[in-house]
Design a protein around this ligand. Structure first.
Ligand code: TA6
Length: 301
């Protein structure tokens, strides 16, 4: 594990060359490279990495609210996508395959752990004023030769239950969005946020992206992979653990143009957000209990 010289990020590399870089701001994964050095995530060239605003790209963490919830008493005053992605997290340490037991022991693995709690100095002050619950978040990033797993555990340290939503806002890199096909969403219902949040059912086995797309899917099978392919060749298999929803987002031309930190403007052609989350409704976490969710992005080739 290498700390950057300005102590803002943590990079881990496997003996075989794969690497992952996590910005302590937001515990945002900003880079994931395979052994050849090919970048798997999309990061805007104008992404702020100085803590001045949420990172445009990589894997921002959405907690405790997805989007905004103006009619939800507990979270109605929070900014879009909550405060986890705009807080400075603490690096809790790493474990490598040598120090792990079980199956991980015989394949190169590195796990990085990050923490954010209601008492943390790095917590976005908005949280304390607008969501005054005692909580603890542990975020783990696990790199293997052909996969990246990110998991979050949200513990309620308060004496009362709280509601939350959790989502891993992953920007996958693709060569050309017009050749991308998404499978694994067949017979799923989805909320179409570019069509008045109408609830629809996906009938075709394959979903393609030909314009602004912003959909909250609830696949029929919670454990079936969502596969992103290009010209028939699978690139990524995204599987979920305890995250019932998958958001598919591409801003397309106009929305890309409207985001100051989205550069290059044509960059929407090189990214697809596949966002596992628990966002249709609220997870009520009892005092002392925890909500756990995870994604694994497996490289298909
Ligand atoms: O994940 C889809 C979405 O909710 C879109 O509606 C769009 O707002 C996107 O997130 C980006 O949100 P941000 O706050 O990062 O600009």
């Amino acid at each position: 594990v290498v700390f950057s010289e300005d102590n803002s990020r943590v990079t881990a590399e496997l003996p075989t060359g794969e690497s992952v870089t996590v910005l302590l701001y937001g515990a945002t994964v900003i880079s994931w490279k395979d052994a050849a050095g090919d970048e798997k995530l999309w990061l805007s060239e104008a992404a702020k990495l100085d803590g001045s605003k949420a990172v445009r790209g990589g894997i921002p963490i959405v907690f405790p609210v997805f989007g905004t919830a103006p009619t939800h008493p507990q979270t109605k005053s929070l900014p879009q996508h909550g405060f986890a992605r705009t807080s400075r997290w603490e690096f809790l340490g790493k474990s490598t395959s040598e120090s792990m037991a079980g199956p991980a022991a015989n394949e190169p693995t590195v796990k990085l752990d990050f923490g954010l709690s209601s008492a943390a100095p790095g917590l976005d002050p908005l949280a304390t004023t607008n969501w005054p619950f005692r909580f603890n978040l542990i975020y783990s990033v696990t790199l293997k030769r052909d996969s990246l797993t990110t998991s979050i555990v949200a513990t309620n340290d308060d004496a009362q239950p709280f509601d939350c939503q959790v989502l891993l806002h992953t920007y996958l890199r693709v060569k050309d969005i017009t050749t991308v096909e998404i499978t694994g969403l067949a017979d799923a219902t989805y909320i179409d946020k570019v069509d008045n949040a109408t609830t629809k059912t996906s009938t075709t086995p394959t979903t393609t992206i030909t314009s602004e797309t912003d959909r909250v899917y609830t696949p029929a099978s919670p454990s079936s992979p969502v596969t992103v392919s290009t010209s028939g060749t699978p690139l990524y298999h995204v599987t979920r653990d305890n995250l019932a929803n998958v958001v598919i987002w591409n801003p397309w031309t106009a929305k890309a143009a409207a985001m100051a930190d989205f550069e290059p403007k044509e960059g929407f052609r090189n990214m697809l957000c596949v966002e596992p989350g628990a966002v249709a409704g609220w997870q009520s976490v009892e005092a002392g209990d925890a909500f756990e969710g995870a994604q694994t992005i497996a490289l298909a080739n």
